[in-house]
Design a protein around this ligand. Structure first.
Ligand SMILES: [Zn+2]
Length: 283
């Protein structure tokens, strides 16, 4: 015990230092210190440089729905089917991710309204093991698509992922065809499937449901790709162009329909859904 601690113990009237450590937010884009409250009121977009910070399901639902929403239960899946262990046990990684995010896994659905039109929204959570796609993510995606079909509502998905969840091996890759079939079910039901790509969307997620939207929207400057830039450069032995795999580059090359600032996203989605679901308007 240090002498200072000893002195403090004898002087109980000295208050503990109480500065909330979340009062300030440092922008990852420009490095400016921002008031967390002001930053969040600006939908977690930096007012100085327009950097879009990653957000989780709860913040996203609050930004997108008119008011109020109901979370849909995610189907139960067999956990850690391969009893996988690298430097840590997969089960321990799951426990840590659940404790830090207070979510069960990396994909959550909710139902609510946007411009008075019913929609089902699925949000992939990068904070949960890099948003990686395992059985739970695939099953939640399918449940979201079917919930949309039940309600004759569009399915809007916000993607964010480092790729497949390697701790589930081949079972994580199986989610690519599974989710693709769920999108085919939406199509058969003639319901719009809208994707909003957020930073970063990569790997097996890009190679499946993230790129199969009827409308492909992205947030500004989101990293979108399959393999990483360095892997591609060393494979083709060529330098890749500036801005490669960024939303604006993909828009310019015909891979996206729109790049939309988060502060206009709700209005844009409402308008697009109003056009695609005209019978629901003013319902
Ligand atoms: Zn900034």
């Amino acid at each position: 015990m240090s002498w200072l601690t000893r002195v403090r113990q004898r002087l109980p009237f000295l208050p503990k230092r109480e500065t909330p450590d979340n009062l300030w937010h440092k922008c990852r884009g420009c490095g400016q210190m921002l008031f967390t409250r002001e930053f969040e009121e600006n939908l977690s977009v930096c007012p100085k440089c327009d950097f879009h910070e990653r957000i989780g399901p709860e913040a996203r639902f609050a930004q997108i729905f008119d008011d109020g929403w109901v979370r849909l239960p995610s189907p139960a899946v067999s956990e850690d089917p391969l009893k996988f262990r690298d430097s840590k046990r997969y089960s321990d990684r799951m426990k840590a991710a659940r404790a830090s995010t207070r979510e069960q896994d990396a994909f959550v659905n909710a139902v609510g309204e946007i411009d008075h039109q019913t929609i089902v929204v699925g949000v992939q959570n990068f904070a949960f093991m890099g948003g990686s796609m395992g059985q739970a993510v695939g099953s939640a995606f399918i449940a979201g698509a079917r919930a949309a079909i039940e309600r004759s509502a569009p399915y809007v998905v916000f993607t964010a992922a480092g790729g497949a969840r390697m701790q589930e091996g081949i079972l994580s890759l199986m989610q690519m065809p599974r989710t693709t079939v769920a999108i085919a079910e939406l199509r058969e039901a003639r319901l719009p499937y809208i994707v909003v790509l957020t930073d970063p969307t990569t790997g097996g997620v890009t190679a499946s449901y993230a790129m199969l939207g009827d409308i492909q929207i992205s947030e500004p400057n989101a990293l979108i790709g399959f393999a990483g830039q360095r892997v591609i450069e060393s494979t083709i032995r060529e330098k890749l162009p500036q801005g490669f795999q960024r939303a604006e580059y993909l828009l310019a090359h015909g891979m996206l329909d729109m790049v939309v600032d988060r502060r206009q996203l709700r209005d844009t989605l409402g308008r697009v859904i109003g056009l695609l679901m005209p019978q629901q308007q003013h319902a």
